[in-house]
Design a protein around this ligand. Structure first.
Ligand SMILES: NC(=O)c1ccc[n+]([C@@H]2O[C@H](COP(=O)([O-])OP(=O)(O)OC[C@H]3O[C@@H](n4cnc5c(N)ncnc54)[C@H](OP(=O)(O)O)[C@@H]3O)[C@@H](O)[C@H]2O)c1
Length: 266
């Protein structure tokens, strides 16, 4: 797809998208690849990574690296290997693997530690490794995928509710610190997006209430102003815009992909 088919001037953009063999990360990788980006995806399992690369390969240049972000050193290795493979790095898109769910009283200390690792430590590790490559890019950017749980209390995902706000703080902190290097730093905030993670949440609610997961998904949709659950590619387009030179004056932005679900402020 050599031409700038999306109008985002992303042709040849070198991008790493973490946790992207399926779900929101996959949706972001798909849009980036279809817009001419050269994309490295990631997941824990080499077989799953290969399958997902295969699904995306007709869109553009996509390769994968298997690595478990729960392990210290994975995030920096991912960045280094992706940059070496691509000959540099223009866009780091950190999608956190889903942290363990559960209410406060159901969550173990181990789950808190894992959540901290995925939502705080690993993104810091990734950024620390990425800066040396990004500062050499002509359009460098970092985009974090966060969650509506960073804005509102979701008792069923206690660790996310407590730890996700730190990704917003990291976004605005890095926007200031890396702005002078030309590196733009933004966040995308999904509300309800149709992925395995959301289906699992709907199934859990259905078990607790004696309903079906379809009923639960419909109930979620009913409170969204746009009246439906989002598609992963709809998050992908926002992330692609933020990574593109079309967003050249956008940094420190925290962009809702919620269908209006989040409480609006003036
Ligand atoms: N879906 C929503 O409605 C929603 C809303 C708000 C926020 N979010 C957040 O958005 C992020 C993505 O969620 P999703 O719904 O897209 O989840 P998903 O469909 O379950 O996909 C998760 C992805 O993460 C990868 N992954 C899991 N653990 C990993 C690890 N330790 N290291 C590397 N990769 C790992 C999985 O690949 P493998 O299994 O192959 O490793 C898969 O590609 C999560 O942080 C989630 O909390 C989602």
């Amino acid at each position: 797809m050599g031409a700038d088919s999306c109008g985002l001037a992303l042709t040849g953009a070198r991008a790493l998208v973490t946790a992207s063999t399926k779900g929101i990360g996959f949706g972001i990788a798909k849009v980036l690849a279809s817009c001419g980006g050269r994309v490295v995806i990631n997941g824990r399992n080499p077989g799953t990574v290969s399958e997902s690369v295969e699904k995306l390969s007709s869109l553009g240049e996509v390769s994968g690296i298997a690595c478990d972000l729960a392990r210290e050193g994975c995030a920096s290795r991912l960045v280094r290997e992706a940059a070496s493979r691509l000959g540099g790095l223009d866009a780091l898109v950190y999608v956190p693997p889903p942290p363990p769910g559960g209410r406060f009283q159901e969550v173990s200390l181990e789950d808190w530690r894992l959540s901290y690792r995925l939502l705080v430590e690993a993104p810091i590790e990734a950024v620390t490794a990425a800066v040396e490559y990004l500062r050499e890019s002509r359009n460098p950017s970092i985009t974090f995928v966060t969650s509506i749980a960073a804005w509102e209390v979701f008792p069923e995902i206690a660790t996310s509710t407590v730890l996700r706000p730190s990704l917003h703080a990291l976004t605005v902190l890095l926007a200031r610190e890396l702005g002078p290097l030309g590196v733009r730093v933004n966040a995308v905030v999904p509300g309800y997006i149709l992925t395995d993670r959301l289906t699992a949440l709907a199934e859990k609610r259905a078990r607790g209430k004696g309903t079906t997961s379809d009923q639960e998904l419909r109930e979620m949709a009913s409170v969204i102003p746009l009246g439906r659950i989002g598609e992963k590619e709809e998050v992908g387009w926002i992330a692609a815009f933020l990574a593109s030179p079309r967003a050249s004056y956008v940094t420190g932005a925290i962009v809702a992909a919620t269908g209006g679900l989040h409480r609006l402020t003036r």
